[in-house]
Ligand binder design. Structure first.
Ligand SMILES: [Zn+2]
Length: 462
Protein backbone atom coordinates (compact mmCIF):
# COMPACT_ATOMS: atom_id res chain seq x y z
CA UNK A 1 0.00 0.00 0.00
CA UNK A 2 1.50 3.29 -0.96
CA UNK A 3 0.75 6.87 -1.81
CA UNK A 4 2.57 9.00 -4.39
CA UNK A 5 2.34 12.78 -4.40
CA UNK A 6 2.08 13.78 -8.06
CA UNK A 7 0.80 17.32 -7.85
CA UNK A 8 -0.22 20.14 -5.58
CA UNK A 9 2.40 19.45 -2.93
CA UNK A 10 4.32 22.72 -2.56
CA UNK A 11 1.83 24.67 -4.67
CA UNK A 12 -1.92 25.19 -4.56
CA UNK A 13 -2.59 24.11 -8.14
CA UNK A 14 -2.68 20.79 -10.05
CA UNK A 15 -3.69 18.53 -7.19
CA UNK A 16 -3.09 14.81 -7.93
CA UNK A 17 -2.34 11.82 -5.69
CA UNK A 18 -1.98 8.15 -6.58
CA UNK A 19 -2.94 5.38 -4.15
CA UNK A 20 -1.73 1.84 -4.89
CA UNK A 21 -3.20 -1.20 -3.19
CA UNK A 22 -3.21 -4.89 -4.23
CA UNK A 23 -1.64 -3.87 -7.53
CA UNK A 24 -4.50 -1.48 -8.35
CA UNK A 25 -4.02 2.20 -9.03
CA UNK A 26 -6.50 4.76 -7.75
CA UNK A 27 -6.15 8.50 -8.32
CA UNK A 28 -7.39 11.11 -5.91
CA UNK A 29 -8.07 14.25 -7.97
CA UNK A 30 -6.60 15.27 -11.33
CA UNK A 31 -6.34 19.03 -11.15
CA UNK A 32 -5.19 21.37 -13.84
CA UNK A 33 -1.78 22.86 -13.17
CA UNK A 34 -1.91 26.60 -13.82
CA UNK A 35 1.23 28.60 -14.33
CA UNK A 36 3.50 29.68 -17.17
CA UNK A 37 2.14 28.40 -20.46
CA UNK A 38 4.90 26.02 -21.62
CA UNK A 39 5.49 24.57 -18.17
CA UNK A 40 1.77 24.13 -17.53
CA UNK A 41 1.35 22.42 -20.88
CA UNK A 42 4.14 19.95 -20.11
CA UNK A 43 2.94 19.16 -16.57
CA UNK A 44 -0.69 18.72 -17.64
CA UNK A 45 -0.04 16.57 -20.71
CA UNK A 46 3.02 14.49 -19.74
CA UNK A 47 1.50 12.43 -16.97
CA UNK A 48 3.91 10.44 -14.74
CA UNK A 49 1.88 7.23 -15.30
CA UNK A 50 -0.21 5.64 -18.02
CA UNK A 51 -3.84 6.75 -17.47
CA UNK A 52 -5.07 3.55 -19.16
CA UNK A 53 -3.51 1.61 -16.27
CA UNK A 54 -5.41 3.56 -13.60
CA UNK A 55 -8.53 1.76 -12.39
CA UNK A 56 -10.43 4.52 -10.59
CA UNK A 57 -10.51 8.22 -9.80
CA UNK A 58 -11.95 9.60 -6.58
CA UNK A 59 -12.68 13.31 -6.87
CA UNK A 60 -12.85 15.82 -4.03
CA UNK A 61 -14.68 18.75 -5.63
CA UNK A 62 -15.39 20.75 -8.77
CA UNK A 63 -12.67 23.42 -8.58
CA UNK A 64 -10.47 23.33 -11.69
CA UNK A 65 -7.25 22.87 -9.69
CA UNK A 66 -8.73 19.52 -8.57
CA UNK A 67 -10.78 18.30 -11.56
CA UNK A 68 -9.50 20.33 -14.54
CA UNK A 69 -7.11 17.71 -15.92
CA UNK A 70 -9.63 14.84 -15.92
CA UNK A 71 -10.34 15.30 -19.67
CA UNK A 72 -6.60 14.74 -20.32
CA UNK A 73 -6.88 11.39 -18.52
CA UNK A 74 -9.85 10.46 -20.71
CA UNK A 75 -7.99 11.63 -23.83
CA UNK A 76 -5.05 9.40 -22.88
CA UNK A 77 -7.05 6.24 -22.25
CA UNK A 78 -8.50 6.37 -18.73
CA UNK A 79 -11.85 4.52 -18.68
CA UNK A 80 -12.47 3.85 -14.99
CA UNK A 81 -15.26 5.15 -12.80
CA UNK A 82 -14.93 8.71 -11.49
CA UNK A 83 -16.45 8.67 -8.02
CA UNK A 84 -17.65 11.99 -6.58
CA UNK A 85 -20.63 13.40 -4.72
CA UNK A 86 -23.73 13.95 -6.84
CA UNK A 87 -23.39 17.74 -6.50
CA UNK A 88 -19.74 17.62 -7.59
CA UNK A 89 -20.73 15.54 -10.62
CA UNK A 90 -23.39 18.12 -11.56
CA UNK A 91 -20.96 21.03 -11.16
CA UNK A 92 -18.26 19.23 -13.17
CA UNK A 93 -20.67 19.07 -16.10
CA UNK A 94 -20.46 22.88 -16.25
CA UNK A 95 -16.83 23.28 -15.20
CA UNK A 96 -15.33 20.71 -17.61
CA UNK A 97 -17.33 21.92 -20.60
CA UNK A 98 -16.11 25.43 -19.85
CA UNK A 99 -12.52 24.23 -19.35
CA UNK A 100 -12.57 22.43 -22.72
CA UNK A 101 -13.91 25.55 -24.44
CA UNK A 102 -11.03 27.58 -22.94
CA UNK A 103 -8.46 25.00 -24.15
CA UNK A 104 -9.96 25.07 -27.65
CA UNK A 105 -10.04 28.88 -27.78
CA UNK A 106 -6.52 29.13 -26.44
CA UNK A 107 -5.17 26.80 -29.13
CA UNK A 108 -7.12 28.62 -31.86
CA UNK A 109 -5.65 31.95 -30.72
CA UNK A 110 -2.09 30.58 -30.69
CA UNK A 111 -2.60 28.95 -34.07
CA UNK A 112 -3.28 32.31 -35.67
CA UNK A 113 0.35 33.12 -34.83
CA UNK A 114 1.82 29.70 -35.72
CA UNK A 115 -0.03 29.78 -39.05
CA UNK A 116 1.52 33.11 -39.91
CA UNK A 117 4.96 31.80 -38.96
CA UNK A 118 4.41 28.61 -41.03
CA UNK A 119 4.75 26.40 -37.94
CA UNK A 120 2.73 23.22 -37.34
CA UNK A 121 -0.57 23.82 -35.49
CA UNK A 122 -0.82 23.48 -31.72
CA UNK A 123 -3.24 20.83 -30.45
CA UNK A 124 -5.46 21.86 -27.55
CA UNK A 125 -4.61 20.08 -24.27
CA UNK A 126 -8.07 18.55 -24.64
CA UNK A 127 -11.33 19.25 -26.45
CA UNK A 128 -15.05 19.11 -25.68
CA UNK A 129 -15.26 15.46 -26.80
CA UNK A 130 -12.64 14.52 -24.17
CA UNK A 131 -14.56 16.39 -21.47
CA UNK A 132 -17.76 14.60 -22.51
CA UNK A 133 -16.08 11.22 -22.47
CA UNK A 134 -14.79 12.00 -18.96
CA UNK A 135 -18.25 13.16 -17.85
CA UNK A 136 -19.75 9.85 -18.97
CA UNK A 137 -17.49 8.10 -16.41
CA UNK A 138 -18.86 10.00 -13.39
CA UNK A 139 -20.87 8.26 -10.72
CA UNK A 140 -22.47 10.32 -7.95
CA UNK A 141 -22.60 9.40 -4.26
CA UNK A 142 -24.23 11.16 -1.30
CA UNK A 143 -22.16 12.19 1.73
CA UNK A 144 -21.61 9.25 4.04
CA UNK A 145 -21.68 6.75 1.19
CA UNK A 146 -18.70 4.56 0.35
CA UNK A 147 -17.41 3.92 -3.15
CA UNK A 148 -16.10 0.35 -3.51
CA UNK A 149 -12.83 0.66 -5.40
CA UNK A 150 -11.96 -3.02 -5.85
CA UNK A 151 -10.35 -5.59 -3.54
CA UNK A 152 -9.08 -3.97 -0.35
CA UNK A 153 -10.09 -0.41 -1.17
CA UNK A 154 -13.06 1.75 -0.42
CA UNK A 155 -13.49 5.53 -0.14
CA UNK A 156 -16.06 7.32 2.01
CA UNK A 157 -17.13 10.89 1.26
CA UNK A 158 -17.69 13.32 4.12
CA UNK A 159 -18.54 17.03 4.21
CA UNK A 160 -15.56 19.30 3.49
CA UNK A 161 -17.30 22.60 4.26
CA UNK A 162 -15.52 24.10 1.24
CA UNK A 163 -17.89 24.47 -1.73
CA UNK A 164 -21.14 22.80 -2.77
CA UNK A 165 -20.58 19.02 -2.87
CA UNK A 166 -16.94 19.20 -1.80
CA UNK A 167 -15.87 16.06 0.04
CA UNK A 168 -13.05 15.00 2.28
CA UNK A 169 -12.36 11.32 1.63
CA UNK A 170 -11.35 8.49 3.88
CA UNK A 171 -9.72 5.54 2.13
CA UNK A 172 -9.94 2.20 3.93
CA UNK A 173 -7.17 0.06 2.51
CA UNK A 174 -6.29 -3.58 3.18
CA UNK A 175 -3.48 -5.65 1.73
CA UNK A 176 -1.87 -8.89 2.97
CA UNK A 177 -3.86 -8.73 6.21
CA UNK A 178 -2.70 -5.20 7.01
CA UNK A 179 -5.09 -2.28 7.18
CA UNK A 180 -4.50 1.39 6.70
CA UNK A 181 -6.87 4.33 6.97
CA UNK A 182 -5.82 7.23 4.78
CA UNK A 183 -7.66 10.55 5.00
CA UNK A 184 -7.54 13.35 2.46
CA UNK A 185 -8.49 16.72 3.93
CA UNK A 186 -8.33 19.16 1.04
CA UNK A 187 -9.78 21.41 0.20
CA UNK A 188 -10.87 21.93 3.79
CA UNK A 189 -13.42 24.66 4.42
CA UNK A 190 -14.37 26.82 7.39
CA UNK A 191 -16.93 26.47 10.11
CA UNK A 192 -19.94 28.77 10.36
CA UNK A 193 -20.42 29.49 6.66
CA UNK A 194 -24.14 30.22 6.23
CA UNK A 195 -24.28 28.56 2.82
CA UNK A 196 -22.13 25.44 3.22
CA UNK A 197 -22.24 23.07 6.18
CA UNK A 198 -19.33 22.75 8.61
CA UNK A 199 -16.53 20.29 7.79
CA UNK A 200 -16.83 16.85 9.33
CA UNK A 201 -14.05 15.21 11.31
CA UNK A 202 -12.54 11.88 10.29
CA UNK A 203 -11.95 9.13 12.80
CA UNK A 204 -9.12 6.67 13.46
CA UNK A 205 -6.97 7.95 10.64
CA UNK A 206 -3.44 6.54 10.28
CA UNK A 207 -2.22 9.00 7.65
CA UNK A 208 -3.85 12.39 7.10
CA UNK A 209 -3.05 14.37 3.95
CA UNK A 210 -3.93 17.95 4.79
CA UNK A 211 -3.92 21.21 2.88
CA UNK A 212 -1.82 24.14 4.11
CA UNK A 213 -2.95 27.04 1.88
CA UNK A 214 -3.36 29.40 4.84
CA UNK A 215 -0.99 27.61 7.23
CA UNK A 216 0.49 30.94 8.31
CA UNK A 217 -2.58 33.16 8.44
CA UNK A 218 -5.82 33.68 10.31
CA UNK A 219 -8.93 34.93 8.47
CA UNK A 220 -11.40 37.51 9.62
CA UNK A 221 -14.50 35.89 11.13
CA UNK A 222 -16.66 34.47 8.36
CA UNK A 223 -19.76 35.77 10.14
CA UNK A 224 -18.58 39.32 9.26
CA UNK A 225 -18.90 38.71 5.49
CA UNK A 226 -22.54 39.76 5.17
CA UNK A 227 -22.06 42.87 7.30
CA UNK A 228 -19.00 43.94 5.29
CA UNK A 229 -20.90 43.54 2.07
CA UNK A 230 -23.92 45.43 3.42
CA UNK A 231 -21.77 48.37 4.59
CA UNK A 232 -20.10 48.94 1.25
CA UNK A 233 -23.32 48.38 -0.73
CA UNK A 234 -25.27 50.94 1.34
CA UNK A 235 -22.44 53.47 1.05
CA UNK A 236 -22.05 53.14 -2.73
CA UNK A 237 -25.75 52.98 -3.61
CA UNK A 238 -26.38 55.88 -1.21
CA UNK A 239 -24.05 58.13 -3.20
CA UNK A 240 -25.60 57.05 -6.51
CA UNK A 241 -22.76 54.79 -7.60
CA UNK A 242 -22.29 51.28 -8.90
CA UNK A 243 -20.73 48.52 -6.87
CA UNK A 244 -18.64 46.07 -8.90
CA UNK A 245 -17.85 42.67 -7.43
CA UNK A 246 -15.34 40.61 -9.43
CA UNK A 247 -16.11 37.03 -8.53
CA UNK A 248 -15.42 33.44 -9.47
CA UNK A 249 -18.54 31.99 -11.06
CA UNK A 250 -18.43 28.96 -8.76
CA UNK A 251 -19.18 29.41 -5.07
CA UNK A 252 -18.06 32.97 -4.36
CA UNK A 253 -20.76 34.37 -6.63
CA UNK A 254 -23.42 32.25 -4.87
CA UNK A 255 -22.13 33.30 -1.46
CA UNK A 256 -22.37 36.97 -2.41
CA UNK A 257 -25.91 36.42 -3.76
CA UNK A 258 -26.85 34.68 -0.52
CA UNK A 259 -25.67 37.65 1.56
CA UNK A 260 -27.52 40.16 -0.60
CA UNK A 261 -30.66 38.01 -0.39
CA UNK A 262 -30.45 38.06 3.41
CA UNK A 263 -29.63 41.78 3.62
CA UNK A 264 -32.61 42.58 1.42
CA UNK A 265 -34.95 40.23 3.31
CA UNK A 266 -33.88 41.98 6.54
CA UNK A 267 -34.48 45.45 5.04
CA UNK A 268 -30.77 46.35 5.18
CA UNK A 269 -30.15 46.92 1.48
CA UNK A 270 -31.53 49.80 -0.60
CA UNK A 271 -33.72 49.00 -3.57
CA UNK A 272 -31.34 48.77 -6.51
CA UNK A 273 -30.92 45.99 -9.04
CA UNK A 274 -28.28 43.32 -8.47
CA UNK A 275 -26.99 41.98 -11.78
CA UNK A 276 -25.24 38.64 -11.97
CA UNK A 277 -23.50 39.20 -15.29
CA UNK A 278 -22.20 35.67 -15.88
CA UNK A 279 -23.91 32.91 -17.86
CA UNK A 280 -21.80 30.38 -16.00
CA UNK A 281 -22.87 31.67 -12.58
CA UNK A 282 -26.44 31.38 -13.81
CA UNK A 283 -25.96 27.70 -14.71
CA UNK A 284 -24.24 27.07 -11.37
CA UNK A 285 -27.10 28.77 -9.50
CA UNK A 286 -29.44 26.17 -11.00
CA UNK A 287 -27.21 23.37 -9.67
CA UNK A 288 -27.30 25.01 -6.23
CA UNK A 289 -31.10 25.17 -6.26
CA UNK A 290 -31.37 21.56 -7.39
CA UNK A 291 -28.86 20.36 -4.79
CA UNK A 292 -30.08 22.53 -1.93
CA UNK A 293 -30.22 19.49 0.38
CA UNK A 294 -26.41 19.89 0.47
CA UNK A 295 -26.68 23.40 1.90
CA UNK A 296 -26.51 24.65 5.47
CA UNK A 297 -29.72 24.99 7.54
CA UNK A 298 -29.28 28.78 7.75
CA UNK A 299 -29.57 29.17 3.99
CA UNK A 300 -32.44 26.69 3.73
CA UNK A 301 -34.39 28.70 6.31
CA UNK A 302 -33.80 31.86 4.32
CA UNK A 303 -34.98 30.09 1.20
CA UNK A 304 -38.25 29.16 2.90
CA UNK A 305 -38.73 32.81 3.83
CA UNK A 306 -38.02 34.34 0.41
CA UNK A 307 -38.93 31.55 -2.03
CA UNK A 308 -35.75 31.18 -4.04
CA UNK A 309 -32.24 31.39 -2.69
CA UNK A 310 -30.27 32.00 -5.86
CA UNK A 311 -32.89 34.18 -7.61
CA UNK A 312 -34.16 36.32 -4.76
CA UNK A 313 -36.11 39.55 -5.40
CA UNK A 314 -33.95 42.16 -7.13
CA UNK A 315 -31.36 39.72 -8.48
CA UNK A 316 -31.23 39.49 -12.27
CA UNK A 317 -29.08 37.17 -14.33
CA UNK A 318 -27.95 38.51 -17.68
CA UNK A 319 -27.41 36.07 -20.51
CA UNK A 320 -26.57 38.03 -23.65
CA UNK A 321 -23.77 40.48 -24.35
CA UNK A 322 -26.46 43.07 -25.25
CA UNK A 323 -27.96 42.87 -21.76
CA UNK A 324 -24.48 43.24 -20.31
CA UNK A 325 -23.80 46.30 -22.47
CA UNK A 326 -27.08 47.89 -21.36
CA UNK A 327 -25.86 47.75 -17.74
CA UNK A 328 -22.57 49.45 -18.58
CA UNK A 329 -24.40 52.11 -20.60
CA UNK A 330 -26.84 52.97 -17.80
CA UNK A 331 -25.79 55.38 -15.05
CA UNK A 332 -28.37 54.10 -12.56
CA UNK A 333 -27.01 52.83 -9.22
CA UNK A 334 -26.70 49.06 -9.13
CA UNK A 335 -24.61 46.12 -7.99
CA UNK A 336 -22.78 44.01 -10.59
CA UNK A 337 -21.34 40.58 -9.86
CA UNK A 338 -19.21 39.31 -12.76
CA UNK A 339 -16.25 37.04 -13.54
CA UNK A 340 -13.34 36.76 -13.51
CA UNK A 341 -12.56 36.90 -9.82
CA UNK A 342 -9.10 38.41 -10.35
CA UNK A 343 -10.18 40.80 -13.15
CA UNK A 344 -8.08 39.01 -15.75
CA UNK A 345 -10.74 38.38 -18.35
CA UNK A 346 -14.52 38.21 -18.67
CA UNK A 347 -17.34 40.70 -18.41
CA UNK A 348 -16.04 42.39 -15.26
CA UNK A 349 -13.41 44.10 -17.43
CA UNK A 350 -16.09 45.86 -19.51
CA UNK A 351 -17.78 47.13 -16.35
CA UNK A 352 -14.48 48.36 -14.92
CA UNK A 353 -13.50 50.01 -18.18
CA UNK A 354 -16.68 52.08 -18.10
CA UNK A 355 -16.87 52.64 -14.36
CA UNK A 356 -13.40 52.72 -12.84
CA UNK A 357 -12.88 56.47 -13.39
CA UNK A 358 -16.07 57.41 -11.55
CA UNK A 359 -15.43 58.27 -7.89
CA UNK A 360 -19.01 57.39 -6.89
CA UNK A 361 -18.39 53.75 -7.83
CA UNK A 362 -16.59 51.06 -5.85
CA UNK A 363 -14.94 47.70 -6.45
CA UNK A 364 -15.30 45.09 -3.71
CA UNK A 365 -12.65 42.36 -3.81
CA UNK A 366 -14.08 39.20 -2.28
CA UNK A 367 -11.52 36.62 -3.39
CA UNK A 368 -7.85 35.78 -3.52
CA UNK A 369 -5.90 38.04 -5.91
CA UNK A 370 -2.83 36.35 -7.37
CA UNK A 371 0.35 38.23 -8.27
CA UNK A 372 0.45 39.89 -11.72
CA UNK A 373 -3.34 40.23 -12.02
CA UNK A 374 -5.37 43.43 -12.32
CA UNK A 375 -7.17 42.38 -9.15
CA UNK A 376 -3.88 42.37 -7.25
CA UNK A 377 -2.97 45.81 -8.63
CA UNK A 378 -6.30 47.14 -7.43
CA UNK A 379 -5.87 45.46 -4.04
CA UNK A 380 -2.49 47.16 -3.72
CA UNK A 381 -4.04 50.56 -4.34
CA UNK A 382 -2.84 51.28 -7.91
CA UNK A 383 -4.08 54.67 -9.19
CA UNK A 384 -3.49 53.97 -12.87
CA UNK A 385 -4.43 50.65 -14.44
CA UNK A 386 -4.56 49.14 -17.92
CA UNK A 387 -7.72 47.51 -19.23
CA UNK A 388 -7.87 46.12 -22.78
CA UNK A 389 -4.63 47.95 -23.56
CA UNK A 390 -5.87 51.42 -22.50
CA UNK A 391 -4.79 53.27 -19.41
CA UNK A 392 -7.39 54.46 -16.88
CA UNK A 393 -7.23 56.57 -13.77
CA UNK A 394 -8.82 54.71 -10.92
CA UNK A 395 -11.14 56.99 -9.01
CA UNK A 396 -13.53 54.26 -7.87
CA UNK A 397 -13.09 53.18 -4.25
CA UNK A 398 -11.50 49.74 -3.74
CA UNK A 399 -12.34 47.65 -0.68
CA UNK A 400 -11.02 44.24 0.29
CA UNK A 401 -13.52 42.09 2.14
CA UNK A 402 -11.32 39.68 4.05
CA UNK A 403 -14.05 37.63 5.71
CA UNK A 404 -14.71 35.71 2.49
CA UNK A 405 -12.61 32.58 2.16
CA UNK A 406 -13.58 28.99 1.47
CA UNK A 407 -10.37 27.62 2.99
CA UNK A 408 -9.59 26.75 6.59
CA UNK A 409 -7.12 29.17 8.16
CA UNK A 410 -4.15 28.33 10.37
CA UNK A 411 -6.27 27.93 13.51
CA UNK A 412 -8.84 25.74 11.75
CA UNK A 413 -6.09 23.50 10.34
CA UNK A 414 -4.43 23.01 13.73
CA UNK A 415 -7.83 22.36 15.33
CA UNK A 416 -8.60 19.75 12.67
CA UNK A 417 -5.41 17.79 13.39
CA UNK A 418 -5.94 18.13 17.15
CA UNK A 419 -9.37 16.60 16.81
CA UNK A 420 -8.52 13.85 14.28
CA UNK A 421 -5.19 12.85 15.91
CA UNK A 422 -3.66 10.91 12.99
CA UNK A 423 -0.44 8.97 13.43
CA UNK A 424 1.14 11.19 10.82
CA UNK A 425 0.16 14.22 8.81
CA UNK A 426 1.40 14.99 5.30
CA UNK A 427 1.10 18.67 4.43
CA UNK A 428 0.31 19.49 0.81
CA UNK A 429 -1.53 22.17 -1.21
CA UNK A 430 0.38 25.15 0.13
CA UNK A 431 3.28 27.36 -0.83
CA UNK A 432 6.61 26.90 0.95
CA UNK A 433 6.12 29.46 3.75
CA UNK A 434 2.61 28.58 4.96
CA UNK A 435 3.42 24.87 4.68
CA UNK A 436 6.55 25.22 6.81
CA UNK A 437 4.77 27.44 9.32
CA UNK A 438 1.96 24.94 9.78
CA UNK A 439 4.45 22.05 10.10
CA UNK A 440 6.21 23.93 12.88
CA UNK A 441 2.95 24.61 14.71
CA UNK A 442 1.90 20.92 14.52
CA UNK A 443 5.34 19.72 15.68
CA UNK A 444 5.33 22.16 18.61
CA UNK A 445 2.04 20.72 19.74
CA UNK A 446 3.36 17.15 19.28
CA UNK A 447 0.49 16.10 17.04
CA UNK A 448 2.17 13.01 15.52
CA UNK A 449 4.72 12.88 12.71
CA UNK A 450 4.60 15.72 10.21
CA UNK A 451 5.83 15.15 6.66
CA UNK A 452 6.33 17.69 3.87
CA UNK A 453 6.30 15.42 0.80
CA UNK A 454 8.07 16.48 -2.36
CA UNK A 455 6.63 16.23 -5.84
CA UNK A 456 6.89 12.61 -7.02
CA UNK A 457 7.70 11.24 -3.56
CA UNK A 458 6.20 7.89 -2.55
CA UNK A 459 5.12 7.05 0.97
CA UNK A 460 4.71 3.44 2.09
CA UNK A 461 1.47 3.19 4.05
CA UNK A 462 2.49 1.11 7.03
ZN1 LIG B 1 -11.19 24.21 -3.88
Amino acid sequence: MRLTFFGGTDTVTGSMHLVEVNGRRILRDAGLYQGRRAEARRINSELPFDPAGVERLVLSHAHIDHCGNIPTLARQGFRGEISATTATAALCDIMLHDAARIQEQDAAYLNQKTNRAGLPPIEPLYVTADAERALSLFRGYPYGAAAELGPGARATFIEAGHILGAALTVFDLEEGGRRHRLGFAFDLGRRNSPLIRDPEYMRDVDTLVLESTYGDRAHEEITRAGEQLGEIARRVLGRGGKLFIPSFALERAQEVIYHFARLRADGRLPDAPIYVDSPMASAIARVFEKNRHYLDDESRELRERIGCLMRPPGVRYTASVEESKAITASSAPCIVIAASGMCEYGRILHHLKHGIENGRNAIALVGYQAAHTLGRRLAEGARRVRIFGDEFERRAEVVKLDAFSAHADRNDLIAYVERVRPRRTCLVHGEAEPRAALAEALRERQLGDVILPEHGETLELT
